[in-house]
Ligand binder design. Structure first.
Ligand SMILES: *Cc1c(COP(=O)(O)O)cnc(C)c1O
Length: 372
């Protein structure tokens, strides 16, 4: 296994007490559910959980039966949205071992999100331990073959029963897992993007760099607007000038020049720092591309698409890895990217990443961590 990544952080997997679900599904039921799960609809038999109180800190690390959480109607999260989450995957390799991709980065980002939402920081070792304990317990739920994976969703919320406005003194951390089929069931397909001029997802000093449910809530109405205009996703602009490309509701964006230059918006505090984004910056720089993190004016992308100096645009994130963008539209323009298909750089970086994640290529950066 990759010693570099693993050596940085021990995990507390042994401190998670496994309380087995005595109503776990049978092998036959599981096999049927694993046949073609739609994203986020099927969940495994267990969940990992740690409870925090202001007085006692993090306690009661456990893996327990997956099921409804019982909470008081006055639980703070239901009123003020004090909540954060993460998303990462467990990948089955050909030899049957199970791995995750840069989970320490998710753990660190989770702690940073917690700080911004005035939630307690979960130690990196507990984040890693919870994921490992859950995947070991529900190992039979990790799908194999094709681009399938077990999607892991760690989240944390204010569980204290209290309507006063202040950081909660009781918090739950939970990890659930959901087997997912290939994101693009019939091959990678370019998406169309609506550039929102009416709405922003984040502003200076806001929560844009934190992975919190509230950011997603704010993106749903513009997302509806995109659908109504025949587009699948929204691209947001910066809240100050409405001229700079920021990102999609849940994915970062890259622009590839005809000269091979690759650009992505610099981290301004209102952009979420994707693990996929950072990995792509590394891979493309190593492949010899001139890689730039900088402000990207929408006007530059528009002009580039019109005169051919912009060759490819793609979005990236854990769920879909790399998604080509085939069309960019707004009230004022409707442009096809390249020939509307998947560009060479997009296809190549997607293949490089998935080859590492599924163990088909070497892992020189120590990005993979063995879970089971
Ligand atoms: C999660 C997320 C991303 C992608 O991050 P990855 O770590 O690559 O999955 C991008 N933008 C937003 C707003 C996100 O919430």
């Amino acid at each position: 296994m990759s010693t570099t990544a693993a050596a940085h952080h021990a995990s507390t997997v042994d401190r998670f007490e496994v309380r087995a679900n005595d109503a776990a599904r049978t092998d036959e039921e599981r096999a049927r559910l694993l046949e073609s799960p739609a994203f986020g609809t099927v969940f495994t038999d267990h969940m990992a959980r740690v409870t925090w109180t202001a007085d006692g800190g993090w306690a009661d690390r456990r893996v327990e039966r997956y099921g409804p959480l019982s909470m008081d109607p006055a639980s703070a999260v239901l009123h003020y949205g004090q909540e954060i989450f993460e998303g990462l995957k467990a990948y089955a390799h050909a030899d049957g071992s199970v791995w995750s991709f840069r989970p320490e980065a998710n753990a660190r980002r989770f702690a940073a999100s917690a700080r911004r939402l005035a939630l307690p920081e979960l130690p990196v070792e507990d984040f890693l331990g919870s994921v490992e304990a859950l995947v070991r317990t529900d190992r039979g739920w990790v799908p194999s073959g094709g681009e399938t994976s077990l999607y892991l969703r760690p989240f944390m919320f204010a569980s204290e029963t209290f309507l006063g406005v202040r950081p909660a003194r009781e918090v739950e951390y939970v990890v659930i897992a959901s087997p997912v089929g290939p994101y693009f069931a019939s091959g990678v397909k370019p998406v169309s993007i609506w550039v929102s001029t009416d709405y922003h997802r984040a502003g200076p000093g806001g929560t844009g760099a934190a992975k919190c449910g509230g950011n997603y809530a704010a993106s749903l109405l513009p997302q509806q607007e995109a659908y109504a205009r025949g587009c699948e996703q929204v691209c947001f602009l910066d809240a100050t000038t409405s001229t700079l490309v920021e990102e999609l509701g849940g994915m970062n964006v890259f622009v590839v020049g005809a000269d091979g230059t690759v650009s992505t918006p610099e981290l301004t505090g209102s952009i979420l720092e994707g693990v996929t984004r950072s990995s792509i910056l590394t891979l493309l720089a190593e492949a010899g591309h001139d890689v730039q993190e900088r402000p990207i004016p929408l006007a530059e992308v528009r002009a580039g698409l019109e005169d051919g100096s912009v060759a490819e645009v793609f979005a990236c994130g854990t769920a879909a890895v790399v998604t080509p963008i085939g069309r960019l539209a707004s009230d004022e323009f409707d442009l096809t990217v390249g020939d509307g298909g998947t560009g060479a750089v997009t296809a190549s970086v997607r293949a490089q990443l998935t080859d590492i994640q599924y163990g088909r290529a070497a892992d020189p950066h120590g990005w993979m961590r063995r879970l089971a």
